[in-house]
Design a protein around this ligand. Structure first.
Ligand code: ABU
Length: 497
């Protein structure tokens, strides 16, 4: 019984502690399994919302002077999950990463148990080889026979790696001489719908956000290539040095795909690096039905960010960045730390991948993806992509069938469905900027009601001149048509007044 036992009674401190260790961990696993059971039960709420001060009073968060018992730790685990938002619930449509892939989760459990660092083959031989195999496969799906890749802690950092490699390619002296090696002001370009991490590259890498030029997008949120060319010419005429274009495949809010081929043509004409941020839309590369035309031309670009933790449902976090040119990552980022990356090791030190990155400690994000991919095969991911898109099309059709209650903002290219719910009192009002302004105020109120009820979660945001609207995401394998029917009926129940 773990009732009176403490951490000193289990491994590794207590050599005879195997039975207590087993009992403690099995109790924790029971709690996790109960959570998984509840999460997949549509009768269960997604969340039990409390404001921060109230939540604080429901929890015992203080760290005591003397450690608590193992039983208390088990209880702590249960309380933690009691108040956690169930992101794997079939009615959680709030973020780009939704759902709980159980094979990937099993991988994460193993990863935690192995508890190793991904910087050297020496201490992570199997995981390093898995990384090599999976990243090569992803490059092959992009359309490259060669190149190099790395897993990074999130899409924003993956985009930063692309920026750094592009600058290194154009100004190899920057690594040693810094700013002095660059004559003129570097300028980068991205659409006004891009993820904010692209602008962040300009801020953290010394360009300044004024030199991250926002290219206008069309009504569906896709970059307008003619505008890109106009802005490149304009900046060149000022004496600036354009060097990097970010093209988004699956924008965060609208799910738009910038036209890659047309953008690559411009990049080649003006000798600019072309990066594709496919953190969100990259999963559609698996789908014969949806890959084209959305991602057509991706094989022509210089680098690609692609996050398996989004559409592919790999557990958070799992982000990858890929380069067409081999050798660039190591050349750009290598610091040759002598205590870690000795060149006279027993094995081929090219497998010490930690010297390709700007961090030192590197979490193992590969095993959960490898295990999940083994389970699904390429075919399983293709089926998942097609199913998520099919469900989104179903939702769009249902919304269109009730024009008095719902207003669809645009035909989506991905699983982002952007819409307003229209309460009864506004249904007879002509759709106009005045009605949009009112709907923009109603949307957060309705979101608040959803969270209080705990039955549904959908994200909302404003976008340029468009006031707040809902952005519904279907990226969980748990979702069915009946959940979409429920979503629409529940919005009507919560918001009809
Ligand atoms: N990195 C983008 C995630 C944003 C979202 O889930 O809405």
């Amino acid at each position: 019984d773990t009732a009176d036992l403490k951490y000193t009674d289990i491994l590794p401190i207590c050599p005879e502690g195997l039975p207590a260790t087993r009992e403690f961990l099995l109790k924790v696993v029971e709690i996790l399994l109960d959570y998984i059971k509840d999460e997949s039960n549509r009768e269960e709420k997604i969340l039990d919302f409390h404001h921060p001060a109230d939540m604080r009073s429901l929890l015992s968060l203080e760290i005591p002077d003397k450690g608590v018992t193992l039983q208390q730790l088990v209880d702590d685990c249960a309380v933690t999950l009691k108040y956690q938002v169930k992101t794997g619930h079939p009615r959680f449509f709030n973020q780009l990463s939704c759902g709980l892939d159980l094979v990937s989760m099993a991988g994460e459990w193993l990863t935690a148990t192995a508890n190793t660092n991904m910087f050297t083959y020496e201490i992570a031989p199997v995981f390093i080889l898995m990384e090599s195999v999976i990243l090569e496969k992803m490059r092959d799906i992009i359309g490259w026979k060669d190149g190099d890749s790395i897993l990074a802690p999130g899409g924003s950092i993956s985009n930063l790696y692309a920026f750094l490699a592009a600058r290194h390619k154009m100004f190899p002296g920057y690594k040693k001489n810094g700013l002095h090696s660059i004559k003129g002001h570097l300028v980068m370009f991205t659409s006004d719908q891009c993820h904010y991490s692209v602008r962040s590259c300009a801020a953290v890498c010394g360009l300044g956000t004024d030199n991250c030029v926002e290219v206008p997008s069309d009504k569906r949120g896709r970059m307008i290539p003619a505008e890109l060319e106009r802005l490149v010419i304009e900046r060149k005429s000022r004496g600036d040095v354009p060097f990097f274009v970010n093209c988004t495949s699956g924008t965060t809010v609208l799910g738009a795909f910038d036209p890659i081929n047309e953008i690559v043509d411009i990049c080649q004409k003006y000798k600019l690096w072309c990066h594709v941020d496919a953190a969100w839309g990259g999963g559609l590369l698996f789908s014969k039905k949806y890959r084209h035309p959305r991602l057509s031309g991706i094989e022509r670009v210089d680098s690609v960010t692609w996050n398996p933790h989004k559409l592919m449902g790999t557990l958070l976090q799992c982000s990858t960045v890929h380069f067409k040119e081999p050798g660039l990552l190591i050349s750009c980022n290598q610091m040759s730390a002598e205590y870690l990356f000795m060149q006279d090791k027993l094995y081929d030190v090219q497998y010490d991948t930690g010297d390709k990155v700007i961090q030192c400690g590197r979490h193992n994000d590969i095993f959960k993806l490898w295990l999940q991919w083994r389970a699904k095969g390429d075919e399983g991911f293709e089926k998942l992509m097609d199913r998520l898109m099919e469900l989104s099309e179903y939702m769009v059709a249902r919304i269109k069938s009730m024009p008095d209650k719902y207003y669809l903002l645009l035909e989506p290219e991905c699983v982002n469905v952007s819409f307003w719910y229209i309460p009864t009192r506004l249904r007879s009002m002509q759709h106009s900027t005045e009605r949009e302004a009112i709907l923009g105020k109603i949307t957060p109120v309705l979101k608040g009601r959803m969270m209080q009820a705990g039955t549904l979660m959908i994200g909302y945001q404003p976008e340029k001149d468009t006031p707040n609207f809902f952005r519904n995401i279907i990226s969980s394998a748990a979702v069915t048509e009946s959940d979409i029917d429920f979503l629409l009926a529940e919005l009507d129940r919560l918001g009809h007044d």
